[in-house]
Design a protein. Structure first.
Length: 123
């Protein structure tokens, strides 16, 4: 199903019932997801996440401003690549960050952000 805009896509999600409430903990080296009601836990290191992004051609969106530049440099030095990393702006609302990401998605070339960290909002 195609949506004409972000608002119609969000409206389509309203009827969904969430049966798991996940918790997310992160540090400068690890991201941990917990599905508390089912006792599941998934822990991934940031280097593993960057490898997954490369292997699956996914751009990483994060709020990790502190260690992500170091992780990207370590990733590139071993001849690995990522399609891009976008750092959310804590001074923007969630909606404003999403709007920035939509603009980027609509106006960018496929490899425009490869091996780069981009801080939102774009200049």
């Amino acid at each position: 199903m195609a949506f004409t805009n972000a608002q119609s896509a969000l409206e389509a999600l309203k009827p969904l019932d969430v049966i798991r409430v996940a918790g997310v903990d992160f540090s400068e080296t690890v991201l941990e997801f917990k599905a508390n009601r089912l006792g599941e836990k998934l822990t991934q290191s940031i280097p593993e996440i960057l490898c997954w992004c490369e292997d699956n051609n996914f751009i990483l969106v994060t709020n990790n401003r502190t260690s992500m530049p170091v992780h990207l440099a370590d990733h590139i030095v071993v001849n690995r690549h990522v399609p891009g990393i976008f750092i959310l702006n804590p001074n923007l609302s969630i909606g404003e960050n999403i709007e920035e990401l939509i603009i980027v998605a609509l106006a960018s070339e496929d490899d425009e952000y490869q091996d780069r960290i981009v801080y939102l909002p774009l200049p």
